[in-house]
Each structure stands twice: as C-alpha cells, then as structure tokens.
Design a protein around this ligand. Structure first.
Ligand SMILES: CC(C)(COP(=O)(O)OP(=O)(O)OC[C@H]1O[C@@H](n2cnc3c(N)ncnc32)[C@H](O)[C@@H]1OP(=O)(O)O)[C@@H](O)C(=O)NCCC(=O)NCCS
Length: 400
C-alpha cells in the first residue's frame, strides 16, 4: 500500500462524520449540503461508510442491500452509490482502497455480487467490476401510435404508489428477466417517487387478475410536456394494448413517452411501426464477490448437466482472494460447488461476471483472451459453460 494511504480508516460514520461526508459528497455531486441528511436517512445510517484520514472524512460510499435476479433466483447483491473522494485527496488511490475495503466487508457479510452505475468505468474496472447489464431508454412517438382499442373485460384503474399486488407481479416478472433487481423499500420509493416528479400508477386487470401495470409521471418542462414511465410490466397481449393506450391518451399534450429497461421490452411487441428510438446510455457494472455463493444461489437449465472445474483470478489488493478454483457439478437445474485442486479453464473475475450474467459467452470471452484453456481438450468446457449461462440479455429498468 502507498505510504500516504497507510493511516486511512474505513468506518461506519458517527453523527459528526456523517456531516463531514454530507459536506464532501454534496460538493462532489453538486447538490445542496442541506439535502444530504435526508438521503442518508433514506439509505439507512448503518449503510454508510467513510474513509478517515487524521480523523477527517476524505471519502465515502453508501451500500444498498438488495437482490439481483439471475437464473430465476434473487442473488444477494449489494449496490453502491454516493462514491466520492475529497478533491485534495484524489488521484492517490483512496477510492480504490475504499472499494477494496467495501468488497472484503460485503463478501464477509454474505453478498455474492455487487453492482453499481459508475460515473467512470476505469475506477470500477480497476477493482474488478465489469459491464454486466443494460438499462436502455426508449422513446415512443405518441403522435404515431396507432389508435388502440382496449378489449372488453380488460379493466384499467388508477391507484396510489405500488400496492402489494403490483410488487408481487413485478417480482414474478423480474425473476424471468436476468439483471432485474429484487427491490427493497428504497428502490420502490425511487419508482413511485422519482426526484422532482409526481407519479400515477395504472393497474390492468383481466378476469380479476393483475396482468400489467405502469407507473408514469407527467410534467410540463420549458417547451414541451414530458411523459415518463418508470416501471411497466405487461404479461398478456391485452395488458400491452391497455398500457400503450394509456400512453397514447397523453398524446394531445405530450409528444413522446420515455421508458427504461430492456431494449426488447414486451411493450414494443404492441407497436406496429418503428416509431420509437432506443438507446443505451447506462451500463450496470457488477463484481462477483463470492464465486461459490453466486454459483450455488442460482438455477440452471434442467437439460444442462455438467461436471467441470475452473479458476477465477483477481488482481492484487482489490479486497478479495486472488484465486478461487471451483468444481461445479449441475443436475436437475441446481449446482453443487466444491473447491477444486486443478482446473482446466482459467478466467479473470470480470470474465466470470460477464459469463455469469449472460452478457458475453464463454467462446467470446475466450476469443478476447479473458478465458484461457489449460489444454485443447478444455474447449468442450467452453460449450458446457455456454449452455449453463445462456439466457436473455441482462437488463434492468432501475437507476440507483
Ligand atoms: C471518481 C473518484 C471517486 C476517484 O477517486 P480517486 O481517489 O481519485 O481514485 P483513485 O486514485 O483510487 O483511482 C483509481 C483508478 O480510477 C481511475 N480514475 C480515478 N478518477 C477517475 C476519473 N475521474 N475518470 C477516469 N478514471 C478515473 C484512476 O486512473 C485509477 O485507475 P488505475 O488504477 O487504472 O490507474 C473521485 O475523482 C471523485 O470523487 N469524483 C467526483 C465524484 C464522482 O465522480 N464519483 C463517482 C461516482 S460513480
């Protein structure tokens, strides 16, 4: 460790240190310091961490405990927000050191994964995070939306917030959408109360059963009115029609509706023409904190039975073991994992995370040099890995 980092301490802040973190992070992100206490309160004071140098707060972060769906299961994941270092201490490795302390602590606490949106990719790559899921934004031109007729028997109602039946439908939906978050109360409040927006929730029922919903905000901005849908789920064709018709009904005042999530969102199946734009301004970055735990927590295709060994390697001083070698045996959709003596395949931790989340295939990662084979015979293992982790593109609608 560099000499000027040796006296640093990583702690959960007391009240005074919290104020120091508030003053530092509000300046780093450019918001009023007076807004920091409410953010910390919502996040839970026990989830704040700061770095002290000579008893002064020089850096900090916020942990967001939650789950993330992969292989149909909610994998214990800790999100990270509010990463900042005071300007006079930047460029000395403080953020990197803080992230290594955070990784060590989070692995010990039982989290298998950690995910975040990075303002800079380089910082988080240097401590083992890899691009692992997409948050697409798409904009549907409401003027071009075909007139939609909601079939009789499909009932749309307006409610407040996110009632339990809506949360249950989201969770069922998220289970089959890799990368989606298993939301805690903080993330739900971001969906129904996004910053500076007021939302309305519309539920779609068919035969008394909830089949879809959308949470929208509508705000007059400088020159036009802005309609945004923060979370939309549609599990049937009628639910797609009902939700698109809600959007369309704003068309006399709002030119477009903006949605977030998968670039192939089910709602797009209801658009006859291509009167929408999709872009991907955000990548979620993920680090695997514990390879064995991540492997045993998820499910696998029932048809994929395998017995293979591989080693995952990490850079020095990033807070986690430099090598985890595992023997992975899968049957009936579940896995048993043991430490392995010898491994036929070796991969970087970023390659493992990208394979695990399904954003890249084993063959692709091998081509990029991030997976290496001990012998040509191990080529078959690449195919076996691809069968295990194959799935839809990992995506999510949330930002945190
Ligand atoms: C980004 C920030 C946290 C970095 O803190 P830091 O202590 O200077 O970072 P470190 O010295 O530990 O740098 C670690 C790595 O990140 C890279 N890095 C640091 N700041 C960077 C930046 N702004 N852009 C790109 N890369 C950056 C470093 O080059 C280094 O990479 P290397 O290991 O490959 O050489 C700090 O500049 C900051 O607080 N910025 C304002 C708030 C912010 O942007 N927070 C991030 C929100 S996700």
């Amino acid at each position: 460790m560099r000499a000027d980092l040796q006296d640093l301490q990583y702690v959960c802040p007391d009240e005074l240190q919290r104020d120091g973190y508030g003053a530092m992070i509000s300046h780093a992100f450019g918001f009023p310091t007076a807004d920091a206490p409410a953010w910390f309160e919502r996040s839970g004071h026990e989830n704040l961490r700061v770095v002290l140098s000579d008893r002064k707060v020089v850096a900090g972060l916020i942990m967001i405990p939650m789950g993330q769906f992969f292989g149909g299961e909610s994998i214990p994941m800790v999100g990270v927000a509010g990463v900042g270092v005071t300007p006079e201490m930047r460029g000395r490795g403080v953020a990197k050191w803080m992230m290594s302390m955070f990784s060590d602590e989070s692995r010990k606490a039982g989290f298998a994964l950690s995910s975040l949106y990075g303002a800079t990719t380089r910082l988080y790559s240097s401590v083992g995070y890899a691009r692992a899921a997409l948050r697409a934004r798409f904009e549907i031109d409401l003027h071009m939306l075909e007139p939609l007729r909601v079939p009789p028997g499909t009932v749309t109602t307006q409610v407040e917030g996110a009632p339990p039946e809506l949360r249950a439908l989201y969770t069922e939906w998220a289970r089959s959408h890799p990368g989606h978050l298993d939301r805690g109360p903080g993330l739900w409040s971001r969906v129904v109360s996004p910053r500076m927006q007021v939302t309305r929730t519309f539920l779609v029922h068919e035969d008394g059963r909830l089949t879809g919903y959308t949470v929208v905000s509508h705000k007059m901005e400088v020159d036009k009115s802005k309609l945004q849908a923060w979370c939309s789920v549609a599990t049937t064709r009628n639910a797609v029609t009902a939700i698109l018709s809600i959007f369309g009904s704003y068309g006399s005042v709002a030119p477009t509706v903006t949605l977030f999530g998968s670039p192939t969102h089910t709602l797009l199946s209801g658009l006859v023409e291509r009167h929408h734009k999709v872009d991907v301004p955000w990548y979620l970055m993920t680090r695997t904190l514990d390879v064995s735990r991540a492997l045993t927590a998820r499910r696998y295709p029932r048809s994929a039975a395998c017995d293979l060994s591989f080693a995952v390697t990490r850079s020095e001083a990033t807070g986690l073991p430099e090598r985890e070698a595992v023997r992975l045996v899968t049957a009936g959709g579940r896995a048993a994992v043991r430490p392995a003596e010898a491994a036929r395949i070796s991969m970087t931790e970023r390659a493992f995370t990208q394979l695990y989340t399904g954003i890249r295939s084993a063959k692709e990662l091998h081509g990029l040099g991030d997976i290496t084979l001990a012998s040509p015979a191990a080529r078959d293992d690449l195919e076996a890995l691809d069968e295990l982790f194959r799935g839809p593109m990992p995506t999510l609608p949330d930002f945190f």
